[in-house]
Design a protein around this ligand. Structure first.
Ligand code: ZN
Length: 398
């Protein structure tokens, strides 16, 4: 049901005080002294209004949120973490629907209005995780929008049967084709990337590939992805997540890669990782590459960190990228709002008349103040409906 709401005395993007009228789910007017008969009104008391935060990369199906503390004693290699997790799903009973509900509701309380979640597809759990997160997507419709990436976490070509399961996940309704470390995981970079793009072409869906590979190996995977994006005319529909290789020391090589990414319209997702080389956000944006951000794994068998707070993520991206000036910190916030919206190709996103009534009222004096203090979320509004108040979601998680 479409909702209407009048927000009085707020400061859109920390600017001048104004009222925002949302009618039937869309922003109808922004101005002073607005009134609307029969529409619920909320006094914003001068709070900053920003568009809904966008969590553009996480793994809703496998957080341990709300479960007993998991003592992490997992081996150091990537494959140790992947194998451990597949086993833990059974021994710990990580239910993808229950767990994704818990994390998504936490995201709502933190002011996210959209989530892109990679969801495991493998030969042990099949498409069970996809079905679990799809049930969450349906249960939270109108509260938060969730997009699923069919994600071959355990590899695709090295585990026969996975490609067929990916195909099934996409037919079931996963919106995006995922992939992972074409060389490092499948040890067949061309085969992996070709398969991902074949699936994308067959289902008419965008691509979002995890590339953790470092240095020139990662650069090689990126080049394969760029080539296929161009060849299939998929400009604007392909994202590389992490792209740690863009943080390598060979700056001339990185500059060439960035130029190619911009030309091919390939987006980059960063978490602003404190422990890995990272793509340089300003360099990418200056070149015309769309950058988004995400929490990635949160409180899972990979690590204990994360709280689904995309305002805090903006701060972490800012810290990692040495963003100090106010206009620079505002870039980090833009990555966590409009950047994610562009990557997810969200229609009607933003704080303008005609856009969906998806917004957050946050404390703080300026946008930078709100980011660095991770200011309280006073009100979260989705399509004109209040979905969280004072940091508490108005929907319950199991
Ligand atoms: Zn990830």
């Amino acid at each position: 049901m479409p909702h209407s709401l009048l927000l009085r005395d707020v400061r859109p993007m920390a600017g001048a005080r104004a009222d925002i009228l949302i009618r039937d789910g869309r922003i109808e007017a922004i101005g002073t002294g607005l009134s609307a008969a029969g529409v619920d009104a909320v006094d914003g008391a001068g709070a900053i209004a920003i568009p809904g935060l966008v969590e553009a990369h996480t793994h809703l199906d496998k957080t341990l949120l709300g479960m007993p503390w998991y003592r992490n004693e997992v081996g150091p290699r990537l494959i140790d973490k992947i194998d451990n997790e597949r086993a833990a799903k059974k021994t710990l009973g990580i239910d993808p629907h229950r767990q994704s509900m818990r994390q998504a509701v936490l995201s709502v309380s933190k002011g996210s209005t959209h989530i892109r979640s990679h969801v495991d597809v493998d030969t042990e759990s099949g498409v069970g995780s996809i079905e679990g997160v799809m049930a969450t997507r349906d249960a939270l419709r109108g509260v938060i929008d969730i997009e699923l990436v069919a994600f071959p976490q355990s590899g695709m070509l090295i585990r026969p049967g996975t490609v067929e399961l990916m195909d099934r996940a996409l037919a079931l309704g996963a919106e995006v084709v995922g992939g992972i470390d074409p060389a490092g995981m499948d040890r067949d970079p061309k085969g992996h990337v070709d398969t991902v793009f074949e699936l994308a072409e067959r289902h008419g869906k965008p691509v979002d590939i995890h590339v953790h590979e470092l240095g020139e190996l990662g650069g090689f995977s990126m080049e394969l992805i760029i080539e296929r994006t161009r060849a299939l005319g998929m400009q604007g529909k392909v994202t590389v997540s992490h792209a740690f290789c863009l943080g390598m020391d060979d700056k001339a090589y990185v500059a060439r890669l960035v130029e190619q990414l911009a030309e091919a319209g390939v987006h980059i997702m960063t978490t602003g990782s404190a422990s890995r080389p990272v793509p340089v956000v300003k360099q990418l944006r200056d070149a015309g590459v769309v950058v988004c951000a995400g929490t990635d794994g949160m409180r899972d068998t990979w690590g204990p960190y994360g709280n689904a707070d995309m305002l805090e993520r903006a701060m972490l991206v800012g810290l990692r990228n040495n963003l100090r000036r106010d206009d620079e910190v505002e870039i980090a916030l833009d990555v966590c709002t409009h950047g994610g919206a562009k990557v997810m190709a969200l229609e009607g996103y933003g704080l303008e008349v005609g856009c969906h009534g998806d917004l957050v009222l946050v404390g703080g004096e300026t946008l930078t103040d709100a980011v660095v203090t991770r200011a309280p979320r006073h009100l979260v509004v989705k399509g004109g409906r209040v979905v969280a108040r004072d940091g508490v979601a108005l929907v319950e998680a199991p």
